[in-house]
Design a protein around this ligand. Structure first.
Ligand code: SF4
Length: 135
């Protein structure tokens, strides 16, 4: 069989390196150690899979959000709070009178335009003392 050249991308390169590392010592280690190594490979492959864009996984779906039909990447639907810094920030509050002004402004835009957006970066972020409840 003709040797196939692997596409030059990080995932394939990483796998190649991993296989090389294991190949060197795999025959000399115990069964338990082999299983441990294979578990590491499994985790590595699972992590790689998360970063590989796959057809179908980026599908856009429509759903009714607070009475308005919106479009969303299916994989991100309902993930807003998991991604948003505000939900881990000490300045964030569900009480509008106590809430961070930036978060309040963003929330107002979201309401006005029927969008949902997490905050991925913020220079004002503060470690929360207690996770906010409700809302
Ligand atoms: S400071 Fe930044 S992260 Fe914290 S609530 Fe305000 S906008 Fe969100």
């Amino acid at each position: 069989m003709e040797n196939q050249k692997l596409p030059d991308n990080d995932g394939k390169r990483l796998l190649g390196q991993l296989a090389g590392e294991i190949g060197k010592s795999f025959l000399e280690i115990t069964l338990d150690e082999k299983l441990e190594e294979l578990e590491k490979v499994k985790k590595c492959l699972e992590n790689l899979e998360k970063f590989q864009p796959k057809e179908g996984k980026m599908e856009i779906v429509k759903y009714n959000h607070h009475g308005v039909e919106v479009s969303v990447i299916s994989e991100l639907k309902g993930k807003h709070r998991d991604h948003c810094l505000c939900f881990r920030c000490g300045k964030f509050s569900f009480d509008p009178a106590k809430n961070c002004p930036i978060a309040s402004l963003l929330f107002a835009v979201c309401i006005q335009c029927h969008i949902t957006t997490p905050v991925y970066e913020c220079k004002e972020f503060e470690i929360e003392e207690k996770k906010p409840q409700g809302g």
